[in-house]
Design a protein around this ligand. Structure first.
Ligand SMILES: *Cc1c(COP(=O)(O)O)cnc(C)c1O
Length: 408
């Protein structure tokens, strides 16, 4: 987003014009940012075969998925519904990874029948599939027991985590592979989001390489994701170029030792789409209490729950008054819960009616939205090649009633 002569714009399209056209609250995505991030990631790795699979739980609008498909990346899915969504957007099953956790075997069986790559993180399930679907290609999700991740809810590789098969259970996995003649074609880890230190990442990667040696028919090694993006100016984030250099070298020497060129997989969500998204709201009220000046906006935790759910930071700025006097606000929603977007935040002076913009609203924002308080979910607009496209309309009253049955 650019500020020129008091006006903010994306790809030459004025944000306040979009607000007039589509009203608020409104999600806006800049496709050029997604492409830039995909290119950056691709160029950071110097290996023969690189597979980027976009973790579509971050943002699953069909238009975003179509662009990702067009740009040659695959898809990482965590539910059968995400697989259906991916196929509907044009991904062929061989471009789709399915990494479920705590789902029933009936769902995994549906995925097997669709022909997507199955990634298993549960020993009994492995045993069941081995017996009922001999020969089907399986990837194993390892828990390397490395503490990483920006906060507890997204830190998924540590000892208490529900994700993955523990590295200490590998002897049992190997026994099953032998006994049931399992076709293990990949090993996988996803240690959690917001990894800052390439050292932590490569430490976990070394553990994965050690495990990979135990399987003779691998086609790929999947390093999951956990790539951090900047939220604030001068924020520390994953140095993707450095990580790419270190990991590529390790990977290439592993392949030499293994005797075959494997594919290196990554499955980024946040890294690809977080910075592409902006959430635009209107200020309803400025409310001063003895301790605080609140800016109350026409949205809440129903549309963007990350600050309340796991304390994440979204930079907020005033699009209507870019050069106003900076003042301190608590920016809150209209939901009847304490739904605070930001505490003690310095923003250019806000007046009722002013349009505010949240950054980093591409990943885990719309996709986590709800109808709490019977509010409509916002519309989504994509800016692509200098044009704006409405890619999801704002909900209407009949949407709230849609699946309800008047039974009495
Ligand atoms: C959520 C998820 C990802 C994406 O994580 P980000 O931090 O958004 O990059 C990748 N792989 C799996 C298995 C996931 O569940």
């Amino acid at each position: 987003m650019q500020l020129v002569n008091e006006r903010y714009s994306i790809q030459g399209i004025d944000i306040l014009d979009l607000v007039k056209k589509y009203e608020t609250p409104l999600y806006i995505y800049d496709s050029s940012v997604i492409k830039r991030q995909l290119d950056r990631l691709t160029n950071s790795f110097k290996v023969k075969n690189l597979g980027i699979h976009y973790a579509c739980k971050a943002l699953n609008n069909i238009n975003i998925l179509k662009l990702i498909n067009q740009w040659g990346a695959g898809l990482d899915t965590v539910s059968i519904q995400e697989i259906w969504t991916g196929i509907n957007a044009g991904f062929t099953p061989d471009k789709i990874l399915y990494t479920p956790n705590c789902v029933g075997v009936d769902e995994i069986e549906m995925a097997i029948k669709l022909g997507v790559q199955i990634n298993i993180d549960h020993i009994e399930t492995l045993e069941y599939i081995g017996q009922h679907y001999p020969g089907v290609k399986l990837c194993i999700r390892i828990n390397p027991h490395v503490m990483a991740g920006g906060n507890e809810k997204i830190s998924v590789g540590h000892i208490d985590s529900k994700f993955g098969i523990s590295i200490y259970q590998m002897p049992l996995v190997e026994r099953l592979v032998k006994a049931l003649n399992l076709n293990i074609n990949g090993v996988h880890m996803h240690t959690g989001s917001d990894i800052l230190d390439p050292g932590v990442f490569t430490f976990a990667a070394d553990i994965l390489f050690d495990i990979a040696k135990k399987f003779k028919d691998l086609e790929f090694i999947d390093f999951g994701s956990g790539l951090k993006v900047p939220y604030k100016e001068d924020d520390v984030c994953t140095d993707i170029e450095e990580l790419g250099e270190i990991l590529s070298e390790k990977f290439n020497s592993f392949c030499k030792e293994y005797g075959r060129d494997l594919k290196l997989y990554f499955e980024p969500g946040k890294f690809l789409v977080s910075e592409s998204g902006y959430f635009i709201v209107k200020t309803n009220v400025i409310k001063q209490t003895p301790s605080t000046v609140f800016a109350g906006v026409d949205s809440g935790m129903n549309h963007l729950i990350r600050p309340m759910f796991y304390g994440s930071y979204h930079h907020i700025f005033n699009i209507s008054n870019p050069h106003g006097k900076p003042r301190v606000y608590n920016i809150v929603g209209y939901i009847c819960e304490t739904d605070t977007f930001a505490n003690n935040r310095v923003v250019n002076e806000i007046h009722p009616g002013d349009i505010l913009c949240f950054k980093n609203a591409g990943a885990y924002c719309f996709s986590m939205s709800s109808n709490y308080n019977s509010r409509f979910r916002p519309c989504e607009v994509l800016i692509h090649e200098g044009k704006d496209y409405l890619i999801r309309e704002r909900e209407k009253l009949e949407d709230l009633f849609k699946n309800q049955i008047v039974a009495i």
